[in-house]
Design a protein around this ligand. Structure first.
Ligand SMILES: C[S@@+](CC[C@H](N)C(=O)[O-])C[C@H]1O[C@@H](n2cnc3c(N)ncnc32)[C@H](O)[C@@H]1O
Length: 338
């Protein structure tokens, strides 16, 4: 087997030339010998024509690397089509994968873990997802592989978020929604975000816009992480965030009004009147609505606006599927004072 011998300082240039000629053997590893680097080549005759010195050496093969794009492609020979549909909707938060494994796939758990690690080799924890519980909407999890922890650093939309999934709510699927809102916001706005959690909405908006945000959150663990998240991102933020600890239903009546209010409302809570009373120009109100009730919900908002002496344009955006025929929606409300 042949290689060209070049001085160390000329190695990069030589490698580029060999690649350009199509005679560099990328399947083998180069080797350093004294002041020289031995670069594997496919065509000795051409290398000689180019003026390279040739050596006869045994250069080792690089290990075969397979790139796996998704869990489906890794497991398609091991699971049925129906089984694969159960596994499609998993999430990755930082270095934690969160997956729902139905009882009928329990016996395939090890295969699923192996598949996830092939697709996301950086994972340190794989956890099984339970349900959201209580006022703070924290999910239940069971670690099924890796470190016994549910804390991580997650990156999205140019910010970093410290998260403890065992203590706070976080939904990585709202990444696009947060970016959408950050695009709608204009510099100079005063914004109110009740139900603010660990501040994903506030931070993404403040990352891109020069605004003043007041956030309100009841869960003390979320508040602690929220404050850490402000510090962790501070040097990249264009806007300012003030975080108030407390019950939105007690805190908001004490506050003034804002250009824009964003309400990532906890499921089952009706905060429409509360947040509408605080919004001067725009309100983004999240809720869970059956598809047959979307028009009714829109009219309910328009009536509530009228009760506050406001005229509103309401657009209902379906943000994600929640369960069959029920959507997580965002009501984008533009307020024109009447
Ligand atoms: C659906 S989560 C949204 C959290 C965050 N905005 C996010 O998107 O990650 C609702 C949040 O409201 C908080 N919460 C629930 N009731 C509250 C209340 N009465 N006042 C303030 N925050 C409340 C919960 O602790 C939780 O963090």
């Amino acid at each position: 087997m042949s290689a060209v011998a070049v001085k160390k300082r000329e190695a990069e240039k030589a490698k580029r030339m060999l690649k350009h000629e199509g005679i560099y053997d990328g399947k083998r590893r180069p080797r350093v010998e004294g002041d020289f680097v031995l670069l594997p080549v496919l065509d000795v005759k051409r290398a000689l024509e180019l003026g390279f010195e040739i050596r006869d050496v045994e250069l080792p093969m690089r290990p075969e690397r397979q790139i796996y794009k998704n869990l489906e492609s890794v497991l398609k020979e091991k699971l049925t089509e129906e089984e694969l549909t159960f596994l499609r909707r998993y999430d990755v938060v930082g270095d934690i994968a969160i997956i729902q494994i139905p009882p009928e796939l329990e016996s395939k758990k090890d295969l699923i873990v192996e598949g996830l690690l092939k697709v996301h080799p950086f994972l340190k924890v794989i956890a099984r997802r339970g349900f959201h519980r209580g006022t703070f909407r924290v999910r239940e999890y069971e670690v099924i592989w890796g470190d016994e922890r549910l804390t991580t650093i997650h990156r999205e939309n140019g910010i970093k978020l410290k998260i403890d999934l065992s203590r706070v709510f976080f939904n990585p699927r709202m990444k696009g929604e947060r970016y959408r809102l950050a695009n709608l916001v204009r510099n100079g706005e005063k914004i109110l975000i009740p139900f603010a959690g660990i501040l994903p909405y506030a931070l993404v908006i403040a990352r891109y816009k020069n605004v003043d945000i007041t956030a309100v959150e009841l869960n003390k663990d979320a508040v602690k992480l929220g404050l850490e998240n402000i510090e962790m991102n501070r040097k990249h933020l264009k806007g300012r965030i003030e975080l108030i600890v407390g019950d939105a239903f007690e805190v908001l009546p004490e506050l003034g009004t804002y250009d824009r209010v964003i309400s990532p409302t906890p499921r089952g809570v009706d905060a429409l009147k509360l947040v509408l009373s605080k919004a001067d120009k725009f309100l983004h109100y999240y809720d869970f609505i059956h598809e047959s009730r979307i028009e009714e919900f829109k009219n309910y908002i328009i009536n509530e606006c009228n009760n506050y002496g406001k005229t509103c344009d309401v657009r209902i955006k379906r943000v994600s599927d929640f369960k069959p025929h029920v959507y997580k929606i965002c009501a984008d409300i533009s307020i024109r004072k009447s």
